[in-house]
Ligand binder design. Structure first.
Ligand SMILES: C[S@@+](CC[C@H](N)C(=O)[O-])C[C@H]1O[C@@H](n2cnc3c(N)ncnc32)[C@H](O)[C@@H]1O
Length: 246
């Protein structure tokens, strides 16, 4: 969700690519990013925790998370979904969250401590995920894609694919604007004009270009949230495709 002015200006900044080998960003400073970063973490958490909670069950099912999985929550905000993911994977799995907002990460760490869950949160950005290739079984991101301007969606998806194990699932859930004129006007006015234009189906070709297989889109169990999902190709499929192109 954009807040109208400052983040839209931030979204106009030139994005810069970070690679896994680069030094990790300071936990106290916002790394340079083409994404629209939210700094009002505690207010965000207070406003949206209850509203977003019901989406967790359908995200769990759509992301096909299993006990023991390694899960990454990209643009985790105050970490509520990351904490839910830690409960899904149980003690043999691990969920981690990244967000470029130091305020969001501080809130997420506080929420984890309150929940008694040892979940790792890092200040980082989708354009340079601080993890080696093929680390995670599942990458989720909720309400983050529309925060990534220009080609950053594409670059972010390439990073998500890089950190997924072969066969791993990438699930992006984003805002589905209401169709009723009055509600659209409310979104335009109170959230951001840009949010009335989001169409999650537009992400399908982006996942396909990023090399995901089995790309699908559809509604989640929650009103105003839709999903797009892709699977990182299995190594055997990659080998077959490589042979076919030789
Ligand atoms: C609407 S919030 C969603 C937070 C959380 N996923 C949730 O469902 O409550 C969008 C989040 O995306 C983060 N964000 C912005 N630019 C980003 C980037 N380049 N990489 C990762 N996250 C980013 C923002 O800081 C913000 O916390």
């Amino acid at each position: 969700m954009y807040i109208r002015h400052s983040q839209e200006q931030e979204a106009l900044q030139t994005p810069t690519m970070l690679h896994f080998h680069h030094h990790p960003p300071s936990p106290h400073r916002t790394p340079e990013t083409g994404g629209a970063v939210i700094h009002w973490a505690q207010v965000y958490d207070a406003l949206f925790d209850r509203i977003l909670q019901p989406s967790e069950a359908s995200i769990h099912a759509l992301a096909q998370v299993k006990p023991g999985d390694q899960v990454l929550d990209v643009g985790c905000g105050p970490g509520r979904l990351t904490l839910a993911a830690q409960r899904w994977v149980g003690p043999t799995g691990e969920a981690q969250g990244i967000d470029p907002s130091p305020e969001m990460i501080a809130t997420a760490r506080r929420n984890a401590a309150q929940a008694g869950l040892a979940v790792k949160f890092q200040v980082s950005r989708v354009e340079g995920l601080p993890f080696p290739d093929a680390t995670f079984d599942v990458v989720v991101s909720r309400l983050v894609m529309h925060h990534l301007s220009g080609d950053l969606k594409q670059r972010g998806l390439a990073e998500m694919r890089r950190v997924l194990k072969p066969g791993g699932v990438c699930l992006a859930v984003d805002f589905e604007p209401p169709t009723a004129p009055f509600l659209r006007l409310a979104v335009w006015h109170f959230l951001s004009p840009g949010m009335t234009k989001i169409d999650v189906r537009d992400y399908v070709p982006l996942l396909t270009e990023a090399g995901f297989a089995e790309v699908e889109t559809g509604p989640t169990g929650s009103k105003f949230l839709s999903f797009v999902r892709g699977r990182s190709p299995e190594i055997s499929n990659l080998l077959i495709n490589k042979e076919n192109t030789q």
